[in-house]
Write a protein that binds this ligand. Structure first.
Ligand code: WQD
Length: 335
Protein backbone atom coordinates (compact mmCIF):
# COMPACT_ATOMS: atom_id res chain seq x y z
CA UNK A 1 0.00 0.00 0.00
CA UNK A 2 1.16 3.55 -0.77
CA UNK A 3 1.05 6.02 2.13
CA UNK A 4 1.09 9.78 1.62
CA UNK A 5 3.06 11.44 4.43
CA UNK A 6 2.47 15.19 4.53
CA UNK A 7 5.34 16.93 6.34
CA UNK A 8 7.31 13.72 5.82
CA UNK A 9 10.66 15.56 5.77
CA UNK A 10 10.15 16.84 9.32
CA UNK A 11 11.40 15.43 12.62
CA UNK A 12 8.59 12.96 13.37
CA UNK A 13 7.54 12.56 9.74
CA UNK A 14 10.98 11.40 8.59
CA UNK A 15 11.29 8.82 11.37
CA UNK A 16 7.81 7.57 10.45
CA UNK A 17 8.81 7.27 6.76
CA UNK A 18 11.75 5.06 7.81
CA UNK A 19 9.46 2.72 9.75
CA UNK A 20 6.91 2.64 6.89
CA UNK A 21 9.54 1.76 4.26
CA UNK A 22 11.10 -0.88 6.49
CA UNK A 23 7.64 -2.41 6.99
CA UNK A 24 7.19 -2.67 3.20
CA UNK A 25 4.91 0.29 2.52
CA UNK A 26 5.48 2.55 -0.50
CA UNK A 27 5.96 6.15 0.73
CA UNK A 28 5.11 9.46 -0.95
CA UNK A 29 6.27 12.62 0.87
CA UNK A 30 4.56 15.98 0.35
CA UNK A 31 6.48 18.76 2.07
CA UNK A 32 7.21 22.47 1.45
CA UNK A 33 10.54 22.17 3.33
CA UNK A 34 9.80 25.35 5.30
CA UNK A 35 10.77 23.56 8.51
CA UNK A 36 12.96 20.72 7.24
CA UNK A 37 16.08 20.23 5.15
CA UNK A 38 16.12 19.06 1.54
CA UNK A 39 18.56 16.24 2.28
CA UNK A 40 16.16 14.37 4.60
CA UNK A 41 14.65 12.11 1.87
CA UNK A 42 18.17 11.05 0.86
CA UNK A 43 18.96 10.25 4.50
CA UNK A 44 15.79 8.16 4.69
CA UNK A 45 17.04 6.28 1.61
CA UNK A 46 20.49 5.76 3.19
CA UNK A 47 18.84 4.14 6.23
CA UNK A 48 16.25 2.02 4.42
CA UNK A 49 17.78 1.43 0.98
CA UNK A 50 14.58 2.80 -0.57
CA UNK A 51 13.98 6.34 -1.84
CA UNK A 52 10.54 7.77 -1.09
CA UNK A 53 8.82 9.74 -3.85
CA UNK A 54 8.97 13.46 -2.94
CA UNK A 55 6.63 16.26 -4.00
CA UNK A 56 7.79 19.73 -2.90
CA UNK A 57 4.51 21.55 -2.40
CA UNK A 58 2.27 23.40 0.01
CA UNK A 59 -0.43 20.96 1.13
CA UNK A 60 -2.92 23.85 0.96
CA UNK A 61 -2.27 24.00 -2.82
CA UNK A 62 -5.26 22.01 -4.03
CA UNK A 63 -4.05 21.66 -7.63
CA UNK A 64 -0.60 20.42 -6.63
CA UNK A 65 -2.05 17.98 -4.10
CA UNK A 66 -4.53 16.68 -6.67
CA UNK A 67 -1.62 15.72 -8.95
CA UNK A 68 -0.07 13.68 -6.12
CA UNK A 69 -3.26 11.64 -5.76
CA UNK A 70 -3.70 11.39 -9.53
CA UNK A 71 -0.16 10.04 -10.01
CA UNK A 72 -0.12 7.66 -7.03
CA UNK A 73 -2.67 5.22 -5.69
CA UNK A 74 -2.76 6.60 -2.13
CA UNK A 75 -4.25 4.06 0.30
CA UNK A 76 -3.97 6.22 3.43
CA UNK A 77 -2.54 9.52 4.61
CA UNK A 78 -0.47 10.45 7.66
CA UNK A 79 -0.84 14.19 8.12
CA UNK A 80 2.09 15.91 9.87
CA UNK A 81 2.30 19.11 7.78
CA UNK A 82 1.67 22.15 9.94
CA UNK A 83 3.29 24.94 11.94
CA UNK A 84 4.02 23.84 15.50
CA UNK A 85 5.79 26.43 17.64
CA UNK A 86 3.64 27.45 20.61
CA UNK A 87 5.35 30.80 21.24
CA UNK A 88 5.43 31.76 17.56
CA UNK A 89 1.72 30.96 17.24
CA UNK A 90 0.97 33.69 19.82
CA UNK A 91 2.90 36.22 17.70
CA UNK A 92 1.40 35.31 14.29
CA UNK A 93 -1.96 33.61 15.04
CA UNK A 94 -3.48 34.26 11.60
CA UNK A 95 -0.57 32.46 9.90
CA UNK A 96 -1.13 29.46 12.19
CA UNK A 97 -4.90 29.30 11.71
CA UNK A 98 -4.64 29.82 7.95
CA UNK A 99 -1.83 27.31 7.46
CA UNK A 100 -2.89 24.51 9.81
CA UNK A 101 -6.59 24.64 8.94
CA UNK A 102 -6.19 25.24 5.19
CA UNK A 103 -3.75 22.35 4.76
CA UNK A 104 -6.13 20.00 6.58
CA UNK A 105 -9.28 21.14 4.74
CA UNK A 106 -7.55 20.94 1.35
CA UNK A 107 -6.23 17.49 2.21
CA UNK A 108 -9.69 16.20 3.21
CA UNK A 109 -11.32 17.63 0.05
CA UNK A 110 -8.62 16.03 -2.10
CA UNK A 111 -8.91 12.69 -0.30
CA UNK A 112 -12.66 12.77 -0.88
CA UNK A 113 -12.24 13.46 -4.61
CA UNK A 114 -9.93 10.49 -4.88
CA UNK A 115 -11.83 8.08 -2.64
CA UNK A 116 -9.13 7.86 0.07
CA UNK A 117 -10.80 7.15 3.40
CA UNK A 118 -8.03 6.55 5.96
CA UNK A 119 -6.24 9.36 7.83
CA UNK A 120 -3.81 9.39 10.76
CA UNK A 121 -3.57 12.89 12.22
CA UNK A 122 -0.64 14.37 14.14
CA UNK A 123 -2.38 15.83 17.18
CA UNK A 124 -0.83 16.82 20.50
CA UNK A 125 -1.16 16.55 24.27
CA UNK A 126 -1.52 20.30 24.16
CA UNK A 127 -5.26 19.73 23.47
CA UNK A 128 -5.70 18.73 27.12
CA UNK A 129 -5.28 22.38 28.06
CA UNK A 130 -4.65 23.64 31.61
CA UNK A 131 -7.80 22.34 33.33
CA UNK A 132 -7.44 18.54 33.19
CA UNK A 133 -5.60 16.50 35.84
CA UNK A 134 -2.74 14.13 34.87
CA UNK A 135 -2.59 11.32 33.82
CA UNK A 136 -4.61 12.49 30.82
CA UNK A 137 -7.24 10.19 29.27
CA UNK A 138 -8.74 10.53 25.81
CA UNK A 139 -12.29 11.18 27.10
CA UNK A 140 -11.28 14.42 28.83
CA UNK A 141 -12.56 17.75 27.45
CA UNK A 142 -10.12 19.55 25.15
CA UNK A 143 -9.08 23.20 25.10
CA UNK A 144 -5.94 25.25 24.50
CA UNK A 145 -4.03 28.26 25.77
CA UNK A 146 -2.38 29.27 22.47
CA UNK A 147 -3.28 29.44 18.76
CA UNK A 148 -1.13 26.41 17.92
CA UNK A 149 -3.01 24.31 20.47
CA UNK A 150 -6.37 25.67 19.25
CA UNK A 151 -5.58 24.57 15.69
CA UNK A 152 -5.14 21.03 17.00
CA UNK A 153 -8.41 21.20 18.96
CA UNK A 154 -10.21 22.58 15.88
CA UNK A 155 -8.76 20.01 13.48
CA UNK A 156 -9.80 17.19 15.81
CA UNK A 157 -13.34 18.63 15.71
CA UNK A 158 -13.25 18.94 11.91
CA UNK A 159 -12.27 15.28 11.69
CA UNK A 160 -15.03 14.20 14.09
CA UNK A 161 -17.63 16.10 12.08
CA UNK A 162 -16.28 14.75 8.80
CA UNK A 163 -16.41 11.17 10.10
CA UNK A 164 -19.99 11.71 11.33
CA UNK A 165 -20.99 12.75 7.80
CA UNK A 166 -18.90 10.05 6.08
CA UNK A 167 -19.37 6.76 7.98
CA UNK A 168 -16.80 4.89 5.89
CA UNK A 169 -14.00 7.29 6.84
CA UNK A 170 -11.45 6.52 9.54
CA UNK A 171 -9.52 9.26 11.35
CA UNK A 172 -7.02 8.28 14.04
CA UNK A 173 -6.03 11.28 16.18
CA UNK A 174 -2.63 10.69 17.77
CA UNK A 175 -1.98 12.95 20.77
CA UNK A 176 1.80 13.14 21.12
CA UNK A 177 3.37 13.89 24.47
CA UNK A 178 7.03 14.95 24.32
CA UNK A 179 8.89 13.18 21.49
CA UNK A 180 12.69 13.36 21.81
CA UNK A 181 15.71 11.37 20.66
CA UNK A 182 16.91 10.45 17.17
CA UNK A 183 17.37 7.52 14.82
CA UNK A 184 20.17 5.21 16.02
CA UNK A 185 22.04 5.77 12.73
CA UNK A 186 22.59 9.43 13.68
CA UNK A 187 21.25 10.42 10.24
CA UNK A 188 17.86 11.75 11.41
CA UNK A 189 17.02 13.81 14.49
CA UNK A 190 15.52 16.99 15.92
CA UNK A 191 17.47 19.75 14.21
CA UNK A 192 15.41 22.96 14.46
CA UNK A 193 16.51 26.11 12.64
CA UNK A 194 17.85 28.78 15.02
CA UNK A 195 17.76 28.55 18.80
CA UNK A 196 15.68 25.52 19.90
CA UNK A 197 12.51 26.15 21.92
CA UNK A 198 12.29 22.55 23.10
CA UNK A 199 14.36 21.08 25.92
CA UNK A 200 16.24 18.16 24.38
CA UNK A 201 17.63 19.88 21.25
CA UNK A 202 18.70 22.75 23.51
CA UNK A 203 20.44 20.39 25.97
CA UNK A 204 22.21 18.62 23.08
CA UNK A 205 23.53 21.91 21.69
CA UNK A 206 24.80 22.99 25.13
CA UNK A 207 26.56 19.63 25.51
CA UNK A 208 28.09 20.08 22.04
CA UNK A 209 29.38 23.54 23.00
CA UNK A 210 27.10 25.26 20.48
CA UNK A 211 25.22 27.11 23.26
CA UNK A 212 26.81 28.29 26.52
CA UNK A 213 24.34 26.91 29.05
CA UNK A 214 20.77 25.70 29.61
CA UNK A 215 18.31 27.81 31.56
CA UNK A 216 15.97 25.61 33.56
CA UNK A 217 12.66 27.47 33.45
CA UNK A 218 11.79 27.29 37.14
CA UNK A 219 12.56 24.89 40.01
CA UNK A 220 9.73 26.04 42.31
CA UNK A 221 6.94 23.88 40.87
CA UNK A 222 5.03 21.46 43.14
CA UNK A 223 6.96 18.42 41.82
CA UNK A 224 9.49 16.02 43.35
CA UNK A 225 12.48 18.20 42.47
CA UNK A 226 10.73 21.52 41.70
CA UNK A 227 11.20 21.32 37.92
CA UNK A 228 8.40 20.48 35.46
CA UNK A 229 7.47 16.89 34.66
CA UNK A 230 6.87 15.83 31.05
CA UNK A 231 6.09 12.49 29.37
CA UNK A 232 9.14 12.09 27.11
CA UNK A 233 8.99 9.30 24.53
CA UNK A 234 11.52 8.20 21.91
CA UNK A 235 10.71 9.50 18.43
CA UNK A 236 11.20 5.98 17.00
CA UNK A 237 8.59 4.60 19.42
CA UNK A 238 6.32 7.45 18.33
CA UNK A 239 6.96 6.63 14.66
CA UNK A 240 6.02 3.00 15.27
CA UNK A 241 2.79 4.21 16.87
CA UNK A 242 1.80 5.59 13.46
CA UNK A 243 2.10 2.16 11.88
CA UNK A 244 -0.11 0.73 14.63
CA UNK A 245 -2.58 3.55 13.92
CA UNK A 246 -2.59 2.70 10.18
CA UNK A 247 -3.40 -0.91 10.98
CA UNK A 248 -6.19 0.24 13.32
CA UNK A 249 -7.59 2.55 10.62
CA UNK A 250 -7.67 -0.34 8.15
CA UNK A 251 -10.24 -2.18 10.27
CA UNK A 252 -12.16 0.68 11.90
CA UNK A 253 -14.17 3.75 10.93
CA UNK A 254 -14.95 6.97 12.81
CA UNK A 255 -12.69 9.41 14.65
CA UNK A 256 -10.71 7.97 17.56
CA UNK A 257 -8.08 9.69 19.77
CA UNK A 258 -5.10 7.92 21.33
CA UNK A 259 -2.41 9.17 23.70
CA UNK A 260 1.12 8.31 22.57
CA UNK A 261 3.21 8.59 25.70
CA UNK A 262 4.97 6.41 28.26
CA UNK A 263 2.69 7.26 31.20
CA UNK A 264 5.76 8.41 33.18
CA UNK A 265 6.61 12.01 34.09
CA UNK A 266 10.31 12.88 33.95
CA UNK A 267 11.56 16.21 35.34
CA UNK A 268 13.78 18.71 33.52
CA UNK A 269 16.55 18.16 36.08
CA UNK A 270 16.25 14.36 35.78
CA UNK A 271 16.58 14.59 32.00
CA UNK A 272 19.65 16.84 32.26
CA UNK A 273 21.19 14.44 34.78
CA UNK A 274 20.48 11.42 32.58
CA UNK A 275 21.98 13.15 29.53
CA UNK A 276 25.21 13.92 31.45
CA UNK A 277 25.46 10.43 32.95
CA UNK A 278 24.72 8.46 29.78
CA UNK A 279 26.97 10.51 27.51
CA UNK A 280 29.71 11.45 29.99
CA UNK A 281 29.42 15.10 28.97
CA UNK A 282 28.64 18.15 31.15
CA UNK A 283 25.51 20.21 30.53
CA UNK A 284 26.03 23.52 32.34
CA UNK A 285 22.75 25.03 33.47
CA UNK A 286 21.31 27.84 35.55
CA UNK A 287 17.91 28.07 37.21
CA UNK A 288 15.79 30.82 35.68
CA UNK A 289 12.22 32.03 36.07
CA UNK A 290 9.17 30.08 34.96
CA UNK A 291 8.19 30.15 31.26
CA UNK A 292 4.70 31.55 30.56
CA UNK A 293 2.15 28.85 29.88
CA UNK A 294 4.17 25.94 31.30
CA UNK A 295 2.25 23.43 33.38
CA UNK A 296 3.90 21.67 36.33
CA UNK A 297 3.00 18.21 35.05
CA UNK A 298 2.00 16.78 31.65
CA UNK A 299 1.87 13.01 31.27
CA UNK A 300 -0.39 10.41 29.67
CA UNK A 301 -2.51 7.49 30.61
CA UNK A 302 -1.37 5.38 27.62
CA UNK A 303 -3.62 2.37 28.28
CA UNK A 304 -6.00 2.97 25.34
CA UNK A 305 -3.14 2.86 22.82
CA UNK A 306 -1.81 -0.27 24.53
CA UNK A 307 -5.16 -2.05 24.44
CA UNK A 308 -6.53 -0.90 21.08
CA UNK A 309 -3.44 -0.06 19.02
CA UNK A 310 -1.33 -2.79 20.69
CA UNK A 311 1.37 -0.12 21.05
CA UNK A 312 3.60 0.79 23.98
CA UNK A 313 6.70 2.99 24.17
CA UNK A 314 9.69 0.69 24.75
CA UNK A 315 12.83 2.86 24.68
CA UNK A 316 14.23 4.35 27.88
CA UNK A 317 15.23 7.89 28.82
CA UNK A 318 18.86 6.75 28.52
CA UNK A 319 18.17 5.60 24.93
CA UNK A 320 16.64 9.01 24.15
CA UNK A 321 19.64 10.87 25.62
CA UNK A 322 22.18 8.58 23.93
CA UNK A 323 20.55 8.87 20.50
CA UNK A 324 20.17 12.66 20.76
CA UNK A 325 23.86 13.01 21.57
CA UNK A 326 24.88 10.62 18.76
CA UNK A 327 22.77 12.64 16.30
CA UNK A 328 24.34 16.00 17.14
CA UNK A 329 27.82 14.43 17.09
CA UNK A 330 27.12 12.97 13.64
CA UNK A 331 25.84 16.34 12.38
CA UNK A 332 28.96 18.05 13.69
CA UNK A 333 31.23 15.52 11.95
CA UNK A 334 29.38 16.08 8.65
CA UNK A 335 30.00 19.83 8.69
C1 WQD B 1 9.76 20.77 28.22
C2 WQD B 1 10.15 21.25 29.61
C3 WQD B 1 10.12 23.62 29.91
C4 WQD B 1 13.48 24.56 27.26
C5 WQD B 1 6.00 21.65 23.67
C6 WQD B 1 4.68 22.00 23.06
C7 WQD B 1 3.91 20.74 22.76
C8 WQD B 1 4.74 19.81 21.91
C9 WQD B 1 6.08 19.52 22.57
C10 WQD B 1 4.04 20.13 19.65
C11 WQD B 1 9.26 22.39 30.10
C12 WQD B 1 11.53 23.06 30.07
C13 WQD B 1 12.50 23.87 27.96
C14 WQD B 1 14.52 25.22 27.97
C15 WQD B 1 13.57 24.46 30.03
N1 WQD B 1 4.94 20.37 20.63
N2 WQD B 1 12.55 23.82 29.33
N3 WQD B 1 14.52 25.13 29.35
O1 WQD B 1 6.60 22.83 26.44
O2 WQD B 1 6.36 20.40 27.25
O3 WQD B 1 5.79 20.99 24.89
O4 WQD B 1 6.72 20.80 22.81
O5 WQD B 1 3.07 19.41 19.65
O6 WQD B 1 2.73 21.09 22.07
O7 WQD B 1 3.96 22.74 24.01
O8 WQD B 1 8.16 20.99 25.59
O9 WQD B 1 10.59 20.84 25.30
O10 WQD B 1 9.49 23.14 25.22
O11 WQD B 1 9.67 21.94 27.39
O12 WQD B 1 13.60 24.39 31.27
O13 WQD B 1 15.43 25.87 27.39
O14 WQD B 1 11.47 21.76 29.56
O15 WQD B 1 9.87 24.61 30.90
O16 WQD B 1 9.03 22.21 31.48
P1 WQD B 1 6.71 21.36 26.17
P2 WQD B 1 9.54 21.77 25.81
Amino acid sequence: MTILVTGGAGYIGSHTCVELLQKGYEVVIADNFVNSSMDVPERIARITGKMPKVFELDVADSHALDLVFAENHIGAVIHFAGLKAVGESCQIPLRYYRNNLDTTLTLLETMERHGCKKLVFSSSATVYGPKNECPYTEDMPTSATNPYGWTKVMIEQILRDYCAANPEFSAVLLRYFNPIGAHESGLLGDDPNGIPNNLMPYVARVAAGQLPRLTVFGDDYPTRDGSCLRDYLHVVDLAKGHLSALEYAASHTGAEAFNLGTGEGISVLELVHSFQEVNGVPVPFVIGGRRDGDLAEVYANPSRAREELHWTAEKTLDDMCRDSWHFIQTRKAER
